[in-house]
Design a protein around this ligand. Structure first.
Ligand SMILES: [Cu+2]
Length: 277
């Protein structure tokens, strides 16, 4: 075998991070293998014919006009292959589009979590998922977690660039944009989804093992598009809870400091007052 597996990996989608990515990868491989068999058969027959029936002095080629059985045969065979591919695709489609429930080892999610009624958002059968809003902006990804203290959504913990998620937990992403079109893509965690201003796109993943999954914006969004990287770090649920509460504390601390600074500035006369009347 040697380098064959890595060569195959080069030509096929990346997977291993989430069940939807694995299903996409296996669907791609099934199609690829069928196509390879047809390719080898067609090219082999052609090369055989080229060599065997090449031009010779005085040879008169057989004059064949049509072959009904052969033509009906290859038409039927092609139709059967297409139908088989369609069946396999539809069989796999539901496990690509529909998220499963979180595993028992996953983070415990409140049943009254921030579920959003939507025709497009797919939730697991039990309705429980960790819903993270992914905001694309020039030129950084922002992730907003549930847990806003106030109904207007203010006070929700968030992070930039690195999304931290619990393992064995179904994570549902609501992908939006704050400015231009971006595309969220972590290859090992499934398909590519655009972040379009004014629209919501949804996807999901469920990571079984702790690890870091890298990706980057996949839609040209401006001069620093190439630097718009993204990273998803999966950690055990307890570690995730600790990270999230630490994020909350850091944000609350920064907000409190900003509040004090603003009050100080407001008490002064001069530039501060002019800018913040
Ligand atoms: Cu971009």
């Amino acid at each position: 075998m040697g380098h064959f597996p890595s060569l195959l990996a080069f030509f096929t989608p990346r997977s291993g991070g989430s069940p939807n990515a694995d299903q996409i990868d296996s669907l791609f491989k099934i199609t690829l293998y069928i196509a390879l068999v047809i390719f080898v058969a067609v090219e082999g027959a052609m090369i055989y014919a080229l060599v065997k029936f090449r031009k010779r002095k005085g040879a008169v080629p057989a004059q064949i006009r049509g072959n009904t059985r052969l033509e009906a045969g290859w038409t039927t065979a092609a139709a059967v292959i297409l139908v088989a591919l369609a069946i396999v695709t539809f069989a796999k489609l539901s496990s690509i589009e529909n998220p499963p429930n979180s595993s028992a080892q996953g983070a415990s999610l409140a049943s009254d979590g921030p579920l959003i009624a939507s025709a497009n958002r797919k939730l697991p059968p039990n309705g429980k998922a960790l819903n993270i809003t992914v905001i694309g902006r020039q030129y950084i990804w922002q992730y907003v977690y549930p847990g806003a203290g106030e109904p207007d959504g203010l006070g929700a913990p968030y992070s930039y660039y690195e999304m931290v998620v619990p393992t064995n937990t179904t994570v549902s992403l609501d992908i939006v944009s704050a400015d231009v079109v971006h595309a969220w893509w972590i290859p090992e965690l499934g398909g590519k989804f655009q972040a379009v201003p004014g629209y919501h796109n949804y996807t999901w993943f469920k990571i079984p093992k702790p690890g870091v999954y890298k990706g980057q914006c996949a839609f040209l969004c401006g001069r620093l598009h190439a630097r718009m990287l993204a990273s998803v770090r999966a950690v055990p649920p307890a570690q995730f809870e600790a990270w999230l509460s630490n994020q909350k504390q850091l944000i609350a601390k920064a907000n409190a400091e900003a509040h004090i600074a603003r009050a100080k500035l407001g008490a002064q006369t001069g530039a501060g007052q002019v800018e913040n009347p």
